[in-house]
Design a protein around this ligand. Structure first.
Ligand code: HEC
Length: 210
């Protein structure tokens, strides 16, 4: 008779522990909504969807504790979310922190200094019009010589619930090694790719609407 009771009790405890985990409250983001015609998300529609989703995305990413997850106040270098073939056909945005402000000179940026953080958030729109937060892609420039095999860039992928998919300098480094392989093909621009010229925002934005 004791066996089933112990199992029941253990289940209750595990359940309680789970409920107490803040990650659980956003593991299934509550911001699910649908867009009418996902195949033709024009720039204003993409921006509207993004604005509705951003708070949920930020809340999820923040649970990772990654400094790059607090990109909300940084400059965004794209006019509106665009689809990135190299990041899973998700809609993405590119942000850079103050240390990395030379990013805004794009191909003329030179080597970004240590402490530079680049954040690329993402969301998915399914064929049926469902909208979901996607991973956060981060690059952090480390001190010279820290990670020669990745040209001193640290690559991190954070899942929408804040869990870490991988970190080239830490946990699950193998899972994100492909980031450095692809980015490492452009050493002439410090392993950066920037974004399609038509989508670029140049600062200061004189008279431009955000
Ligand atoms: C197959 C090539 C490829 C892979 C793999 C790849 N990226 Fe990128 N990455 C790009 C390209 C191209 C851009 C710029 C255009 C765009 O957004 O699609 C970019 C842009 C970025 C940026 C903005 C900085 C920049 O280069 O302008 C970050 C941050 C980033 N990627 C992080 C990652 C992380 C983290 C991973 C791995 C989880 C990853 N990338 C995997 C090709 C790649």
């Amino acid at each position: 008779m004791r066996g089933p009771w112990l199992i029941a009790l253990a289940t209750v405890f595990v359940g309680a522990a789970r409920a107490a985990d803040p990650a659980d409250t956003i593991r299934h983001p509550r911001a699910h909504f649908r867009v009418a015609d996902p195949a033709s998300l024009d720039p204003p529609a993409a921006e509207t969807v993004y604005r509705r989703l951003l708070r949920t995305m930020l809340r999820g990413y923040a649970l990772s504790g990654e400094p790059g997850a607090s990109y909300a106040g940084w400059r965004r270098y794209n006019r509106h979310p665009y689809r990135s073939a190299t990041h899973g056909e998700r809609y993405v945005n590119n942000y850079a922190n103050r240390v990395a402000r030379a990013y805004g000179r794009f191909e003329n940026a030179g080597k970004l200094p240590p402490g530079s953080l680049l954040a690329k958030d993402s969301f998915t729109v399914t064929a049926a019009g469902g909208v979901y937060p996607g991973p956060l892609f981060l690059m952090e420039k480390l001190a010279p010589g820290t990670s020669p095999e990745t040209d001193d860039w640290r690559y991190v992928m954070v899942m929408p619930d804040g869990s870490l998919f991988g970190d080239t300098t830490g946990d699950n480094s193998g899972a994100v090694a492909f980031c450095a392989v692809c980015h490492g093909t452009t050493p002439e621009t410090d392993d950066l790719f920037f974004l399609p010229p038509a989508l670029r925002v140049r600062y200061p934005r004189t008279g431009a609407r955000e």
